[in-house]
Design a protein around this ligand. Structure first.
Ligand code: ATP
Ligand code: MG
Length: 201
């Protein structure tokens, strides 16, 4: 095949592809508040959620963040976003012990955290809610999955919700509209590099 035939064939193929893509874009004309779940062992779950937060803020939307398991209070995202007027930011973790003997305390803390979070899901002025690391209280049974999913389902129709954390349960995955699983291909931590400012915190 000559170069010009090759180029012509490539052009035809691309045109067919474009027509297929255009047709599916045309078909996807619905709108609603989406539930997104970012899970898996790879890095990039919370930072992706905060990327969406930045997008939403860029469009003048109002956002809420609830961080369920939080081991540090010096993250760049909190420093950057939480001072903005359009952002409501709650840190709910910190006290989780992960020790078997403290289960009652963890349950009480998670329940208190959800009481703080629920108003975000009832507020039609908030366009996007990030529930960072909510997968853990669900996975460990500190919160009742059915009740949490019911609260999420009852949110204002155009409000988006992003849940992050490893080990998302099947019920959460089933409820979600979009799910991404971050794969841990490689992480600098295993080569001995500590968490780096601007990258990991
Ligand atoms: P990020 O906030 O960077 O998007 P994440 O939300 O996907 O990370 P978490 O499980 O919440 O991941 O862990 C938060 C911290 O742990 C970050 O500092 C992150 O770089 C680090 N981390 C994430 N995945 C791994 C991994 N596979 N091995 C070691 N450290 C990790
Ligand atoms: Mg995270």
């Amino acid at each position: 095949m000559s170069d010009s035939e090759k180029a012509e064939r490539h052009k035809k193929r691309m045109q067919r592809k474009e027509a297929v893509v255009d047709a599916s874009i045309e078909r996807a004309d619905k709108e609603k508040g989406l539930l997104l779940v970012l899970t898996g062992n790879g890095k990039g779950k919370s930072s992706s959620a905060f990327g969406m937060l930045a997008r939403a803020l860029g469009h003048g939307m109002r956002v809420g963040v609830a961080q369920f398991i939080k081991s540090r209070t010096d993250t760049g995202e909190e420093a950057f976003f939480s001072k903005l007027e359009q952002v409501e930011w709650h840190v709910l973790g910190g006290g989780f012990s992960w020790k078997v003997q403290d289960l009652d305390k963890d349950i009480a803390l998670a329940e208190k955290g959800w009481e703080t979070t629920r108003p975000l899901l009832q507020n039609p002025d908030i366009d996007l809610v990030v529930l960072d690391e909510l997968t853990y209280p669900l996975k460990y049974g500190w919160l009742d999955t059915d009740a949490i999913l019911a609260d999420i389902a009852a949110r204002p129709p155009m409000q988006h919700v992003v849940v992050t954390g490893r080990g998302a349960t099947q019920a959460l995955l089933d409820a979600a509209d979009t799910v991404s699983e971050l794969e841990d291909v490689k992480h600098a931590f295993r080569a001995g590099y500590k968490a780096q400012r601007g990258v990991d915190l």
